[in-house]
Design a protein around this ligand. Sequence first.
Ligand code: SF4
Ligand code: SF4
Length: 443
Amino acid sequence: MSDSPARSQKAQKVLERFAKKLNRQMVGSLLACVHCGMCTDACHYVLANPGDPTFAPAYKADQVRRIFKRHFDWTGRVFPWWVKAKSVYSDDDLEQLKDIIFGKCTNCRRCSINCPMGVDFATFNRMARGLLVSVGVMPEGVAVASKDQWELGNQMGVLREDYLETLDWVSEELRQELGDPNAGIPIDVMNCDVVYAINPREIKYDPRTIADAAKIFHLAGENWTMPSEGWDMTNFGLFSGDDDLGGAVARRLYDKVEELRGKKLVISECGHGYRSTRCEGQNWGGVDVDFEMESSVITMLRYIKEGRIRIDPFKNNKSYTYHDSCNNARSCGLFEEPRELLQIVCNDFREMYPNRAENYCCTGGGGAMSMSEYSAQRLKSAKIKADQLKATGAKVVVTSCHNCVDGLTDLIRYYKLGMEVMQLVNLVANAAIVKEKVTAALP
Ligand code: SF4
Ligand code: SF4
């Protein structure tokens, strides 16, 4: 007879699901750690909490790894005490795991790129989140955002009428600003060259970014449209680890672009939205798409290079630095284009160090902004980012991610840095020369 404690239903389901999630990539990362500690100082949580080993990436990873060893690796099944293998039994065990995998890691992947053994902790941390989510163990904010995205089609619960009404008044204001009755946001137009998809945060808290994008498309003479449905390019499945949600959300957007017969999907500035839609969604959704996808950063840069919009950099007359979103830069390699764009639209760009793939997380990544129970810990750990921002001496930090806008705004307020946060679309729209409308590419 076994002397192991009885296992709760939820713990049992987590173990059953764990077995189904083990693929080559996951097992490689679960097995390869040699505990060399080289990833330790890569993590902003470690740097901001000296002396607390529970923030070390390898320690956090071991809380998932020990379950793997106990059930799926022969060493842990035969000598559990030797390899520190340990199972989960109670709902309380799952709650404790939740506080680590959701509360002590933003899945930023900075430790992953600093591991000589190729251990990608963030990837199996996401998988572990998905295991807990499948039995309903998750921070309240994650549950709410996921439910809204499942049921209402966007993660902020924006209703269709509010979305369309916002686009309507943004269009009206744009017509007034440009003095052009043809300006505005075309909705559900078929066969367009560009279908533009946004983050619901833009409707709810930042419609200026939609107005700025509409202005840029209009000045560039783009044949573009926005969808009336299936317009959310964010994907809470990336944060929650729920591949079913990830696939459903991605398919909704892909289907809409296909229904409109759009040639290209342009994704507004959002790190996790870009990664989910362009890089991960097809895998989660089990589909291939036959249209192009690109970040609006690349679209704007192309318009300038093709002469479709002209820029007066003196209109952006402050000092600017650039924060790389982890998802854009570290996970998708989008780090040169935003810099090239910034150098064109302003005269005082100051690099932040370290940067590009080595940049520190805004500390609001991985869905952390929705997990209010960990806010104090998040803001304490944001000290590293705050120091990095301060050292640039810039007045404005520019980022290509709505999540980073919120994370940075919060830490700037907390550490009283007195900086402003903007996106590239704001700077490009502000610097765009409106006098003459340029409708064709220059030779
Ligand atoms: S650097 Fe890699 S091998 Fe070393 S402790 Fe970190 S995860 Fe393990
Ligand atoms: S993914 Fe980022 S936050 Fe998580 S342990 Fe690694 S460095 Fe730290």
